[in-house]
Design a protein around this ligand. Structure first.
Ligand SMILES: [Zn+2]
Length: 309
């Protein structure tokens, strides 16, 4: 099962490298009030979305991509918009595609902030995507990732001059996810707690708590939701993503109650998911492992990284 997931991820990573020369890595979207989303292309080497907020006295960056080259491009784009110092980076979670450019922004003077489990997991849990076949250079890279300088348990408020940025930790995708709310712009950066029209990676997920977290996120009253993957979204698109998790859990529960396990369970659930969500990105890579991992979660056998309580 893990092999399938790793193969899927590797295909994404390798195709990124092949296509990097011809495909833009991300596109910048101006969300107003100095808030920008950097939407990664599925083919480019950004590997995920990021963003930044320009305040009166500095810049806060949200996530740093899967590739330091893409992070440098983002830094260059910020420099075209403002000469203000890059003061903070918030990592929404520990996954490599959101933290591998941390060193680029640290070198530019930023302090890196994250939920405390992110610091515990960044250099260890990110090795698992390759199984036993991680190239030595990648292993060295993961084991020297720039860790957060400042950690919190539940959240932190960050001030850019008079402007308040609200960072809050909510469980779901991993045991250390944060969202970043820019209230005066009506923008919620969701990290990988929201995948817009993309099937999520559930390797570290607890979908039961995730569904509730999505209700909390919808309660913030934001108008614009920046997902970890996919295009800028609306509340309706967050609800559609929540429905994916609920359908997954419901269909698997039904199959389990009729005694199905393993391949028979996957075969029972996959067509239903395909009919509703087959057009979403990453369906081929993640739908089957999502079923297997959520079946483990529902039967109480799923292993997720141990979190500080
Ligand atoms: Zn992730």
């Amino acid at each position: 099962m893990r092999k399938t997931l790793q193969a899927g991820l590797l295909v994404i990573v390798l195709s990124s490298i092949v296509l990097a020369a011809t495909t833009p890595d991300f596109k910048l979207e101006n969300l107003g009030n100095g808030v920008w989303a950097a939407i990664g292309t599925d083919e480019g080497k950004a590997g995920a979305n990021a963003g930044f907020v320009v305040g009166d006295d500095g810049v806060l960056v949200i996530d740093t991509f899967e590739d330091p080259g893409a992070a440098k491009e983002l830094l260059d784009e910020i420099r075209k918009i403002t000469p203000l110092p890059i003061r903070f980076v918030v990592n929404t979670h520990y996954h490599l595609d959101h933290v591998n450019g941390n060193d680029v922004f640290a070198a530019a003077g930023a302090s890196i902030l994250a939920q405390r489990n992110v610091r515990d997991w960044m250099r260890t849990e990110n090795l698992k995507w390759w199984g036993n076949t991680i190239p030595p250079a990648m292993k060295a890279r993961v084991e020297s990732l720039k860790l957060p300088d400042v950690v919190y348990r539940d959240g932190v408020d960050i001030y850019l001059g008079p402007r308040k940025i609200e960072v809050r930790s909510h469980p779901g995708h991993t045991g250390g996810d944060s969202i970043v709310y820019i209230r005066d712009a009506g923008v919620l950066f969701c990290g990988d707690l929201f995948w817009n029209k993309h099937i999520p990676n559930l390797t570290d997920a607890t979908t039961g708590t995730w569904v509730k977290t999505l209700d909390t996120m919808l309660g913030y009253g934001a108008a614009k939701f920046v997902p970890g993957h996919g295009e800028l979204g609306t509340a309706q698109e967050v609800e559609a993503f929540q429905s994916y998790l609920e359908d997954l859990r419901g269909d698997i529960g039904q199959a389990q109650r009729s005694g199905k396990t393993g391949d028979a369970l996957v075969a029972a659930v996959l067509p239903e998911l395909q009919s509703k969500y087959g057009s979403w990105g990453f369906f081929k890579e993640f739908a089957k492992p999502d079923i297997q991992q959520t079946a483990e979660e529902l039967s109480g056998t799923k292993r997720v990284p141990a979190a500080q309580q």
